[in-house]
Write a protein that binds this ligand. Structure first.
Ligand code: AMP
Ligand code: MG
Length: 331
């Protein structure tokens, strides 16, 4: 029998609601993102955004799916990691729906959900995942019953680095896609800190150095070009080592920064050198959205997991490798 899951994502500045069936069919995937006029995202403003827009996005998702509220079998929500206020608002909405409809509540790890929706789309079984977004930069692979973080940023996420740099350079938010376009006009390569430490990466030094180039009147296209080549080269090194170490045969690229064509090109090169398959998650499923939460909710629920409202407090620092992946066979 088909199970229908409504998943709610709201770990940061995006609020999304997706409705997915146990066959993996995405019936709807609606979302809205808070765009600050200036400066970064304030957690309190993000949570206010979620509480204001939440009911509208939920109704839109249910209507677009062509179902009624009574057709929904489970409510899944992003329990962490993320910004505390955003998570709490999202969890409150999810609990309310589950109680009102009297159906199970399932708590989903945001990072794990990015991997599983990528696996659903690509039909990959066991990839090395490069998850790059506004809040996260991780290279992850499944081992010993958990998704292990093989490498990650030691400071800021790559998307955050691009957005903050873009703000300095006078671009709108999000700056990642603008930097990608402008980088095509870059001609001269300028050295910036290439910072890979073991399997981990650091982007804060690059941000400082790129701002300095700007103050020295280096052209914006040259800055964008150099930042992309070095930032993505670092990721390629870590991904390559993860593939060599784990001997996995698939590379999955996901998260908002996965929309970048130059990054895709570089990781395609890695996959060709190692003769492994490569998949970039499509733009509508790469960023933060509810379908991935709904789908992960189904995987967990089918494996026998749900959570009581009493125990569903949010986990702002929930690590990717801090969850037993009960729906996957231990490899
Ligand atoms: P997410 O956190 O998954 O919602 O992704 C948002 C992040 O993706 C922001 O930091 C954006 O700047 C970044 N992003 C979106 N499109 C691109 C792109 N084409 N190139 C680089 N970064 C991008
Ligand atoms: Mg994300």
């Amino acid at each position: 029998m088909t199970t229908i899951s409504l998943g709610i994502e709201g770990t940061a500045h995006s609020f999304g609601v997706g409705i997915v069936t146990s066959e993996g069919k995405i019936l709807s995937n609606e979302w809205d993102m808070l765009k600050p006029d200036k400066g970064g995202i304030h957690p309190r403003e993000a949570s206010r955004h979620h509480s204001e827009i939440g009911p509208t996005i939920i109704s839109e998702a249910v209507n677009k799916a062509g179902i009624g509220f009574r057709d929904i079998d489970i409510i899944a929500f992003s329990r962490g990691p993320g910004l505390g206020p955003s998570l709490r608002t999202t969890a409150t909405i999810a609990r309310t729906l589950a109680l009102k409809l009297d159906i199970p509540l399932v708590d989903v790890n945001h990072c794990v959900a990015h991997i599983e929706i990528g696996c659903l789309e690509s039909k990959f079984n066991d990839p090395v995942t490069v998850y790059v977004s506004g809040g996260n930069t991780q290279v992850i692979a499944f081992a010993g019953g958990r998704f292990r973080t093989f490498g990650e940023t030691l400071d800021i996420a790559i998307g955050n680095m691009l957005d903050v740099l873009g703000r300095e350079l006078g671009m709108g938010f999000p700056a990642g896609p603008i930097i990608e376009t402008i980088a095509k006009d870059g001609e001269n390569y300028h050295n910036l800190p290439y910072s890979v430490k073991g399997m981990d990466l650091s982007y804060s030094g690059m941000l400082t150095a790129a701002k300095k180039l700007h103050s020295e009147n280096v052209s914006i296209p040259d800055i964008c070009f150099s930042v992309q080549e070095i930032a993505f080269g670092m990721l390629a090194e870590v991904a390559e080592r993860a593939v060599a170490h784990t001997k996995k045969s698939e590379i999955l690229l996901t998260g908002g920064v996965a929309r970048n064509n130059r990054l895709t090109e570089i990781l395609t090169g890695v996959s060709e050198r190692h003769e492994v398959e490569f998949h970039r998650v499509s733009p509508s499923l790469a960023g933060d959205q509810g379908a991935m939460i709904a789908w992960n909710g189904i995987l967990q629920y089918k494996a026998g997991h749900q959570i009581s409202v009493e125990n569903s407090h949010v986990l702002p620092k929930w690590r990717t490798d801090d969850q037993d992946i009960i729906w996957r066979q231990s490899l």
